[in-house]
Design a protein around this ligand. Structure first.
Ligand SMILES: [Cu+2]
Length: 168
């Protein structure tokens, strides 16, 4: 009678090894698709410039986040090729953020935050500041144009929480 208990164990083992093979197959067939890695790497390109190095900073700008859904100042002008240290201080009582980007990048980030409101990680072009907190962004603006600093805490960008950045 006791010897029968061996069979379920053998069957279970063979089912598990079959499941392992099945789990590996989708990966093997998926490796032929080269589109996904490219889509990911292009996401990390920034049209407004690139992350800057502290030793290259040529211009320091302080900007405050306000609960009135504004930045102070609400517009900045920077010379082309400058590396800016942006010191972001939240003087309000709500959480805010500051994301540097083109209008298209702001809209993409806005859509991302709507899908996943908990996605408030700092990244090279974005900081999230709690009330009373100060954080820095160092950014190299390598081309002329009109960019934005936007707050993507849900509802804020829609309410006009944007600072215009002119690079000339
Ligand atoms: Cu905000």
């Amino acid at each position: 009678m006791k010897s029968r208990s061996i069979y379920p164990a053998v069957i279970l083992a063979s089912i598990m090894s079959a499941a392992t093979v099945q789990a590996q197959n989708p990966e093997a067939s998926g490796s032929g698709d080269q589109h996904h890695p490219e889509a990911h790497s292009s996401h990390d390109q920034f049209a407004a410039g690139e992350p800057g190095k502290p030793e290259n900073v040529t211009h320091t700008i302080e900007i405050k986040t306000l609960d009135s859904m504004k930045y102070e100042p609400s517009s900045l002008t920077v010379g082309r090729g400058e590396t800016v240290r942006l010191i972001v201080t939240n003087i309000g009582r709500w959480i805010h953020e500051a994301t540097i980007g083109t209008v298209a990048e702001q809209q993409a980030h806005e859509a991302e935050m709507k899908t996943d409101p908990h996605k408030v990680h700092d990244s090279p072009n974005s900081v999230t500041v709690d009330p009373g907190e100060t954080k820095e962004l160092i950014w190299h603006f390598d081309q002329p144009g009109q960019f934005e600093i936007g707050c993507h805490i849900p509802g804020h960008y829609e309410s006009g929480m944007v600072a215009e950045v002119t690079i000339r």
